[in-house]
Ligand binder design. Sequence first.
Ligand SMILES: [Zn+2]
Length: 502
Amino acid sequence: MKNFAMISLLLLWGTSCSYEGKELQMDNWTDALSGKKTELKGGKLLVSEGQKYLYDGKGSEEGFSNFEWKASVLTTPDAYATVAFHTDQEGKGYEVVLHNGAIDGTKKTGSLDAVRNLYRSLAEDGDIVSISRKSTGSSEKGLSVERNDIVTQGKWFPVQISVKGKNITVTVNGVEVVNYTEPENPYRTDNYRNRLLSSGTFAVTAQKGTVVLDSITVVPLAAETVNPEASTPIEEQNDAIIKLQQQNFPVIDYHVHLKGNLTKEMAHAMSMNYGINYGVAPNAGEGGVGRMLSNDKEVYEYFDEVKNLPFLCGVQGEGRKWTRDFSQKALGIFDYLFTDAMTIIDHKGRNSRIYRAEEVHYDGITKEQYMDHLVDQTVKILTNEPADIFANPTYVPDDMNSDYDKYWTDKRVDRVLDVLQKYNIALEINARYRIPSLDIIRKAKERGIKFTFGTNNVDADFGRLEYCVEAIEKCGLTPEDIWFPSMSVRSQRPVVLYNKFE
Ligand SMILES: [Zn+2]
C-alpha cells in the first residue's frame, strides 16, 4: 500500500496535466471563422454547415493526449459533421465522422476518417424544431457570449472517443465500432499526412446540415494509460487495406458467415483490427452449412439479434427453394440479399450441390453439355430469384476447374453478364475461390455492372480480400464500380417459382 502510494505520487509529479482523471464539462468553444466565443453553461453546441468550433476551455492550453471524450449527438437529416481530436487551428490530428442514413458508400457515424471508414451507421438522424439564441454576457476577452436553447425531435445518440497510448476507440450507441492501434510506421497519403496521434484540442465541423452536441465531457488520462482490449497494430507499409482506406475506397466483405469457430465477437474484433467492414449473412433455405434460417419467423428473430451489431446485415438465399419458403417482406429487412449457382437442378432433375463431388453427375452427357446446363441454370436463377448480388459467380465443379477458362467461353460469359445487366444484379468478386477471372471482371466493368467483394468463409481462418485487391489493381476498379444496398431493386422484382418441388 505504501509503495503504491509512493508510485502514484511519482506518476502524478511526472505528468503535466493538472486535470488528470477529472471529468471536464466542455463549455468553452470558439467559432474558428468568426472568432466568436460560445460558453455553453449546460446548453448545447450547435454547429451548422460551414462552421467549425474549436474547444478552448479547461485543459486545452496544455493539450489532451490520452483521454475519454463523450457527447450526446443529434444530427439533422443527411447532416455530415466531424469531431477532430489531437487537433489545432491548422487541422492536424484524427477526425471521427457523424453521418447517418442509407448504406450508399458514404462514410458513416463512428468512422475514424480515412483510416477506419465505416459504411453502416448504428445511429439515426433527428431534427431541430426551434432554436433561440440568448446572450449570456461577455467572455474574459470582451467578446459576446451566446447560448443556444434548442428544441429537437428524434433520437440523440451517445458517441465516445478514447485515446490510450497508441490505441483509439470509437463507440456509437454503446457499441465499439473502431478499435485502431496506430503502428510504428503508419501509412498515410499526402492528403492525410497529419492524421497521426500527438496531442491537442478538439474541434467540431459541420460540412453539411447541422449537428448538435449535448453534455460534452472529457476526462484527461495519465500518460501511461493503456487499453487492455487494444487491437494488435497492423504493419501498414505493406497493408493493402489501409491504402484503400486512405483513398476512401469502400472496403466491405459482404460475404461473411458465422461458421466453424467464427463467432459474432470474433468477427467484430477481426473487422475492426483489419479495417474491413463485414457484411454478416446467415443462409435462408436448406442444404447449407452453419446458421440456417428456415422460415419468416426465424428471419425476424435473427434480425433482432444482429441489427445493432456493427456489421452490414445480409442474407443468402440457399438451395433452390428459398423463394418459395420465405416472403419477400421478411427477407426485405436485410440490407442486401445474395444467392449463387452452386446448388442447381441437374440435367436429370436432381438437386445438386456442385461443390460436393459426390453430387456432381455427368451421366449421359459430356462436360461441355454439363457446362451449358450450368449456364442455363445460372440464367434461370438470376432471372427468377430476386437477389441483389450473384455470389460465388462462375463457380464450376472441382474436376472442371483446371479448365475454367476453356469452359467459360465468351458466349457463356455474355449470357450471364446479360442477365446481371438486365436486372441490376451486382457481381461478387469472390476472394476464397478467386472468381470470376480477371478477364470476366473486365468485361463486366465495361458493361457498367457493379461489384461487391466477398469471401464465403468456412471458419475464422480467412484472408483479407486479397483477390479483390488484385482485381482493383489489375482491372482498374474505382469506387464508382462498387455496388451498395441503396442501389437495391430486388423488392421491385417478382418472384417466379420455376422449379417444381414435391
Ligand atoms: Zn455463402
